[in-house]
Design a protein around this ligand. Structure first.
Ligand code: 2AM
Ligand code: CA
Ligand code: CA
Ligand code: CA
Length: 258
């Protein structure tokens, strides 16, 4: 069954790519959500509606959690649940027309089974099937190796610097690591950790659709995904995120224990 679902998701992703590239040729319809910098476009909504209608048609028993609200009200992870971010990195989508991803995680009874992070512009699909490895397009991704702070490049959200505890958490950490990056798409940052281009990614205030797909992929590679305090994340709740290579994760957690 999972092989068939996997094939179907990949086909749907390719279909959405065609529509999204086409939409980028026209004027986007842009709205704001929680604040003036929290953007949403017609393409976010249409892409989510596309997935919801296809899933309902092919897998009527499955439940769907989607950022734009076209899915179901899901209060428990029993059965099969799809967690979808139709465009992750909407600000990049609007301003840069690149560096945005489609993110999908599929869980069975709360266990991640299939994960997808799709770089629409580059046509690069990062995916994992639990117990069967992770891939970038057709290439197998090798397991993540141990890492240390001094040689680490970490991804983070620059807004974190304004948080009340930044002086005792983010600032010391940024001094100790080799370098820091911010790509503006949680999915992209998870994909970069999965491929070893970055060693960790740290963010406050993410939602399940920001991390569900990435968590499945990174965990399949032996990486660790928790909140900033090192606790397991709940896939139905907002959470901070600390994702890193094994070993490095524990060292990074120490910066956030105070
Ligand atoms: P989004 O583009 O799907 O909204 C940007 O640093 C990252 O944080 C993106 O992955 C973005 O996802 C996510 N994010 C979560 N909550 C956000 C918010 N309120 N405003 C902007 N980006 C948010
Ligand atoms: Ca959003
Ligand atoms: Ca997102
Ligand atoms: Ca989104």
């Amino acid at each position: 069954m999972w092989t068939e679902v996997d094939k179907t998701v990949k086909q749907w992703l390719k279909e959405t790519r065609v529509s999204i590239l086409e939409a980028l040729e026209h004027t986007l319809n842009i709205d704001t959500k929680s604040n003036a910098n929290d953007l949403v476009t017609n393409v976010d909504k249409e892409t989510e509606q596309f997935f919801v209608s296809r899933i309902k048609e092919h897998y009527p028993q499955h439940k769907i959690v989607g950022e734009e609200g076209f899915g179901d009200e899901v209060h428990e992870l029993e059965g099969i649940v799809w967690i979808i971010d139709p465009i992750d990195g909407t600000m990049n989508f609007v301003h840069q027309k690149r560096n945005f991803f489609i993110s999908i995680g599929i869980l069975e009874d709360g266990i991640g089974k299939l994960g997808y992070l799709y770089d629409v512009i580059l046509d690069e699909l990062y995916c994992a099937s639990k117990g069967e490895g992770a891939f970038l397009n057709d290439k197998v991704l090798p397991p993540l190796q141990q890492g240390n702070i001094e040689e680490a490049i970490i991804g983070f959200n620059p807004a974190s610097i304004h948080s009340e505890d930044a002086a005792s958490t983010f600032i010391p950490l940024l001094k100790d690591v080799r370098g820091a990056r911010s790509y503006g798409s949680a999915a992209m940052e998870f994909a970069y950790v999965a491929t070893g281009r970055m060693d960790a990614y740290i963010s406050k205030g993410l939602s399940p659709w920001d991390f569900a797909g990435g968590k499945i992929i990174v965990e399949e590679l032996g990486g660790i995904v928790t909140d900033l305090r090192g606790n397991p994340v709940n896939l139905l709740e907002r959470s901070s995120i600390l994702v890193a290579r094994p070993g490095l994760h524990k060292k990074l957690c120490r910066y956030f224990q105070s």
